[in-house]
Design a protein around this ligand. Sequence first.
Ligand SMILES: Cc1cc2nc3c(=O)[nH]c(=O)nc-3n(C[C@H](O)[C@H](O)[C@H](O)COP(=O)(O)OP(=O)(O)OC[C@H]3O[C@@H](n4cnc5c(N)ncnc54)[C@H](O)[C@@H]3O)c2cc1C
Length: 380
Amino acid sequence: MDFRLTDEQELLRRSVREFAETELRPHVMEWDEAQEFPRALLGKFAALGLMGIQFPEEYGGAGMSSVDYCLCIEELARVDPSVCLSVAAHNGLGASHIFMFGTEAQRRQYLVPLATGQQMAAWALTESSAGSDAAAMRSSAARDGSDWVINGSKQFITHGRTGNVIVVMAVTNRAKGNRGISAFIVEHGTPGFRAGKKENKLGMRASETSEVIFENCRVPASQLLGAEGQGFINALQVLDAGRIGIAALSVGLAQGAYEAARSYAFVRRQFGQAIGTFQSIRAKLVDNAVRIEAARLLTYRAAAMKDEGRRTTLEAAMAKLYSSEIAVRAAEDGVQIHGGYGFVKDYPAEKYFRDVKLTTIGEGTSEIQRLVIARQLLAS
Ligand SMILES: Cc1cc2nc3c(=O)[nH]c(=O)nc-3n(C[C@H](O)[C@H](O)[C@H](O)COP(=O)(O)OP(=O)(O)OC[C@H]3O[C@@H](n4cnc5c(N)ncnc54)[C@H](O)[C@@H]3O)c2cc1C
């Protein structure tokens, strides 16, 4: 067992950190307030390999490992969790589904523009009445000659409005339950596809989230993604990997919140001394540092197992559950250590506190992670 990163991984961490500090840090609040993802930066993200982190070079990707992926995501989230959420959803959901289950032709046509940052991906599973119970979806797709006709709507879709390509799950055979759901690739601009309401969110505001609507949206059979009836099963496999990304995002966000609080604690003086010399403030900082390190190790373990080609359902759920919950505590303690200055937008603590709540909700809530873990550990 070797806990050290390789020299290449240290270099990767440094490069992404430098990029985030230079290109993201100065604009974090501007994008939060505008509720806009900095699309103009896609070329720069792509130049660092961040739009196709884990995809092979033959599909325009950077061919990095899952551990490398965690390093990139952590470093982006440390500075701007909401921009990072968009990068993680693009890589880990939409593009990943196409890579994992697409045909060679689909990978060439759709994955290459995504991995090279010319386009952004969206992934649509959730519906207004089917969130945690996603298999209860109502959206359907019916075969008509050589086409599929999709009807229904999806809720809370990252890049629902701005994504160029959307992977959508829909029922193709209701009698077969979750084995009667299929996935489809839909291009933005296809007649019958439109974005609905854009959500005005508590946090993660630079990452666009919208409803998407399908009204007799016709796609050719060549846009069925994976085998017919396997869409939901495949979506769960995508989520196993995606959750490692949300765990890494949580670790990075927690690290950013912790560092901001630590710096502030040695600048702010009360009672004639830096607040960072008070025992209760030191205990908060130390406890967060320990929890963040534990979360990081759980996350890297899940990623390393994925790199070995092993199944990670249990480890990814553990990493996601723990990392997101300790990130909430780190962000909350960050505000507390800033006192009143943590409650205003002039300091980063306020934004970490708003952004962090998504991590215990997106890609499966904490309650659902506990169900997944219980199924693995407590099967009788
Ligand atoms: C910013 C943002 C971005 C998102 N991006 C995407 C995206 O790109 N694509 C996509 O498909 N979805 C996306 N989602 C949706 C997200 O995955 C869902 O919000 C999440 O899965 C929870 O579903 P829900 O909101 O319907 O909550 P519900 O399922 O209604 O849950 C409400 C509460 O009940 C609890 N609960 C539900 N079932 C159980 C149970 N069996 N046992 C115990 N407790 C339970 C939940 O844990 C939660 O606390 C996004 C959401 C947000 C907020």
